[in-house]
Write a protein that binds this ligand. Structure first.
Ligand SMILES: [Zn+2]
Length: 100
């Protein structure tokens, strides 16, 4: 069945350790496949950039092993986003497209 396919504008949540004491990290997926859309938005891929509301950057580091978009694995809800001091997961995705 798989997990919901992630796309541009999906929400990422986790912890940001760049603030003295750890803060909740909430970010938005900015990057995406140039020409592959899901629900009208660019499909998210491994290596796409996430920007947190606190200003810190994350990168999508896990994705589907079996579905690619433009040579990169497609990201799904619950895939991992890390960065310098950022540990988080994608928390939203398509409500009608699922990726294994
Ligand atoms: Zn931060």
């Amino acid at each position: 069945m798989g997990q919901p396919c992630a796309h541009q504008e999906d929400i990422v949540m986790g912890i940001c350790y760049n603030h003295g004491s750890p803060e909740t990290y909430i970010g938005v997926i900015l990057g995406g496949a140039n020409n592959t859309k899901v629900n009208g938005l660019n499909m998210a891929q491994e290596s796409n950039v996430v920007v947190g509301f606190c200003g810190h950057i994350g990168i999508i580091v896990t994705s589907s092993n079996i579905v690619n978009a433009e040579s990169l694995g497609v990201a799904r809800q619950f895939d991992v986003v890390t960065g310098e001091g950022v540990v988080s997961n994608i928390m939203s995705g398509s409500n009608n497209v699922f990726i294994g």
